[in-house]
Design a protein around this ligand. Structure first.
Ligand code: NAD
Length: 498
């Protein structure tokens, strides 16, 4: 059996157990007899200590010149890159996704670290002319303070990196509470960033459950900003908590992402995209494609080819090079997916492929479910409206572009969307009219790049967006300060006639 890692919290530069001594365990979802980690189950005192450490460290970190902070991030990028293989394997072992995707998860962290390291030399504001003589005016980005970062299990390295690096480059200090299903991945990432030279107290990690540790952290009076990624149900609860205290929060939440396939699409390309979108990461991506809205003229051809290809996917342990789709994360998630499959059948959708748990032989100790395809799905059905977060594809027939876009937009979510078409006008109309934070043309709904803002509309995202570019994470992790400097030596009065 591979090593079980016993990990600790990192508070004020010291690796410590929870004050209560309580622990939690993480398991390999492909084989639950493999205990991946034993982590502290933190409570209020642990969180208090971490917030206190972050508050203290903020006084110095905010004054470190951003290019110097960038040098630390650059070293972190190099270290993560050096350990990419080991970390990628750990992602697969603790979270389940296939190794290629585990390595991709780590690569996103490398990319984000390099990108944000560069932002250290680009943290600019504006200098604007004053209406008065011998006076100048400028705006500058300043850090927010202590940031609480709360992350899910499905990208156990990438999503923490998407938050930690922009938070640090901006001069904030951090209390990071990762998912209790992937504590080892989170800990290893924090170890490498610490090794890169982050001063003590600047980056703290506190393991624990959502209700036990996460909620207390979000409501903590010493926390100045919160960045949360996870389910819409939890996000909405945290939004209420923060707004009742008059404070901001940014939440990236669930999705129900559509791919439109028009009658002029390259069907084979659309089928490949649909497979990757629906069954990549076993459908456990916030941007996973779960609704396939297909023009009636190509509906049957697409469905037939899609099912034929999906049938050939090999399900298994993600560490095997033969595996196309790994397990789901846990028993709760398996039950949720199977429940939705039953709901789909009862609602009158046609189950065309899969639909069952795989539980014999090599699958016995894991959380495996078959790639599943429903046709005859109507947009009013629950399987077409609610986030399933598993490998379940719903195929819906549409009559024309306008109809397809209306179906796509008939959702309380609005994270990612896609269209397959060879008609430039169709592509342009979809780009304009799809109600989502991200639109792909001739590519599936997954595969965001880190140099652009990332986030959803409607119930998929509230607050500031993540990642790079204009409108990206720097807007979340900094606030604007305006400075007027009068060097006239006399009292000058703006807006007052002299
Ligand atoms: P989750 O909401 O159960 O948990 C996310 C994080 O919040 C975990 O760290 C958890 O411990 C913590 N948490 C849970 N309850 C809490 C509470 N009451 N107070 C404070 N923290 C709490 O989500 P999950 O199952 O880990 O992840 C899957 C969900 O995340 C899906 O809905 C998926 O769409 C979403 N997701 C969204 C994005 C995005 O960028 N939009 C990316 C990845 C995942």
């Amino acid at each position: 059996m591979p090593e079980t890692f016993t990990i600790k919290n990192l508070i004020a530069g010291k690796r410590v157990d929870s004050v209560s001594g309580k622990t939690l365990e993480s398991f390999n979802p492909a084989d639950t007899s493999d205990v991946v980690g034993i982590a502290p189950a933190s409570g209020k005192i642990d969180i208090d200590n971490a917030v206190k450490a972050a508050k203290k460290a903020f006084q110095n970190w905010r004054l470190v010149p951003p290019p110097k902070r960038g040098e630390i991030l650059f070293r972190a990028a190099e270290l993560i890159k050096k350990h990419k293989d080991e970390l990628g394997r750990l992602v697969t072992r603790e979270m389940g996704k296939i190794l290629k995707e585990g390595l991709g998860d780590v690569e996103e962290a490398v990319d984000m670290a390099y990108y944000m390291a560069g932002e250290g030399r680009r943290l600019c504001g504006e200098t604007v002319a004053s209406e008065l003589l011998n006076k100048d005016c400028k705006s500058v980005r300043v850090p927010v303070g202590v940031f609480a970062l709360i992350t899910p299990w499905n990208f156990p390295i990438a999503i923490p990196a998407w938050k930690i690096f922009p938070a640090l480059i901006s001069g904030n200090t951090v209390v990071f509470k990762p998912s209790s299903y992937t504590p080892v991945c989170a800990s290893k990432l924090v170890d490498l960033i610490t090794e890169a030279g982050v001063p003590e107290g600047v980056l703290n990690i506190v393991h624990g459950s959502g209700e036990g540790a996460g909620e207390y952290l979000v409501g903590h009076p010493g926390v100045d900003g919160v960045s949360f990624t996870g389910s819409t149900a939890v996000g909405e609860k945290l939004i209420k908590m923060r707004s009742s205290a008059g404070k901001e929060i940014s939440c990236e939440m669930g999705g129900k992402n559509p791919i439109i396939i028009m009658d002029d699409a390259r069907i084979d390309l659309a089928v490949e995209g649909a497979l990757w979108g629906a069954f990549g990461t076993a459908g456990q991506r916030c941007t996973a494609a779960s609704r396939f809205i297909v023009h009636e003229k190509v509906h049957d051809e697409f469905l037939e080819k899609f099912i034929a290809r999906a049938k050939k996917l090999t399900v298994g342990n993600g560490l095997s090079p033969l595996t196309d789709m790994g397990p789901l994360i846990n028993e709760t998630q398996i039950l949720r997916v199977l429940d939705y499959i039953e709901i789909g059948k009862k609602e009158g959708a046609a189950l065309r492929l899969g639909g069952s748990r795989l539980s014999s032989g090599a699958f016995k100790k894991g959380f495996f479910v078959e790639p599943t395809v429903f046709s005859e799905v109507k947009q009013k059905m629950r399987i077409a409206r609610e986030e399933i977060f598993g490998p379940v594809a719903c195929v819906i027939k549409a009559t024309e572009l306008e109809d397809a876009i209306a179906i796509a937009n008939d959702s309380e979510y609005g994270l990612s969307s896609a269209i397959y078409t060879r008609d430039a006008n169709h592509a342009a109309i979809a780009e304009r009219d799809l109600e989502a934070g991200i639109v792909y043309i001739n590519a599936p709904t997954i595969g965001a790049e880190i140099q652009l803002p990332f986030g959803g509309d409607k119930k998929s995202g509230i607050g500031r967006k993540e990642a790079g570019g204009r409108g990206g994470a720097l807007d979340m992790f900094t606030k604007w300060k305006v400075i007027y400097r009068d060097f006239s030596g006399v009292l000058q009065k703006a807006q007052i006639d002299s």
